[in-house]
Design a protein around this ligand. Sequence first.
Ligand code: SF4
Length: 99
Amino acid sequence: MPEADSIKTHYRTCHLCEAMCGLEIRTRGDKVLSIKGDEQDVYSKGHICSKGAALQDIHTDRDRLKYPIQKAPPAQQQQSEWCWHSATSWLLSVSNIRR
Ligand code: SF4
């Protein structure tokens, strides 16, 4: 069976709120087949709310940010993609964060 056709199970943590519920996510290739609570998670014990169960909608949302965006001054109404290195270098240059 080709790798893309095999079903994989991934154990992750939901990042949508401070409860950080454990997730069991089944995938085939790039497609999410199911998202449910991880019953082995010591805190959430298999519980997830409707937001956690709908994480696939966020993952596939065409408006989801996938890279840093550099905003131009409002009059120009432009945005441009930024690479992570440039974005973090800029952030370090304008903040008191130290490496
Ligand atoms: S599944 Fe719901 S309750 Fe759990 S971390 Fe995600 S958003 Fe919070």
